[in-house]
Design a protein around this ligand. Structure first.
Ligand code: ZN
Length: 176
């Protein structure tokens, strides 16, 4: 593959952005939704308006994303047919990582909400080849609650859950 010096330089910038700290600067300067405007040279598989595309700012070689082409924010907005394709792609993703990189583990990551997601409001699942636990270290917290206490906290919100469940059924449920 022969690239212009500029393009090669850009590729290296993408490759190293996570460790040089450039990633944060870059994101500040992106105005539009990059996932609506996917660069087709990075898309390597597509069915039913759902794509697999390379992560430009990868955590590890082989990191890619599953993205519906429609600009939707949440899984609740997926059509049954899109969801079925996403489901299939999650299966294919793990197989592909194993086939390509010889790595048997995959972390499937979907970040939701402003505190979890630094990037865009366009639904995407990260497929991250997972070779060693050090790739993703959790900073565990000192807990205040035991498992039973945590269960009780959620149980107290049962009424809210029922209300939300009904609202979901009304707005987003697909025919059975
Ligand atoms: Zn979008």
């Amino acid at each position: 593959m022969s690239l212009s010096p500029e393009e090669q330089q850009k590729q290296v910038l993408y490759r190293d952005a996570r460790i040089t700290g450039k990633y944060n600067d870059i994101w500040q300067s992106v105005g539009k939704c990059v996932f609506c405007d996917l660069n087709k040279k990075y898309v390597f598989f597509e069915e039913n308006n759902v794509v697999m595309t390379i992560a430009l700012y990868a955590y590890i070689d082989g990191h890619f994303m599953i993205i519906p082409r429609r600009h939707i924010r949440s899984v609740k907005e997926l059509t049954p047919s899109e969801w079925e394709t996403m489901r299939k792609f999650m299966y294919l993703a793990k197989k592909l990582i194993r086939e390509t990189h010889g790595i048997k583990g995959m972390q499937l990551v979907q970040k939701d909400g402003i505190e979890a997601q630094s990037t865009v409001e366009h639904l995407h699942f990260h497929c991250v080849p997972f070779d060693e636990p050090d790739l993703s270290v959790w900073n565990y917290r000192q807990l205040k609650n035991t498992p039973l206490e945590n269960t009780q906290h959620y149980k107290k919100n049962r009424d809210t859950m029922i209300k939300l469940s009904k609202r979901f059924d009304k707005k987003y449920k697909h025919g059975t």
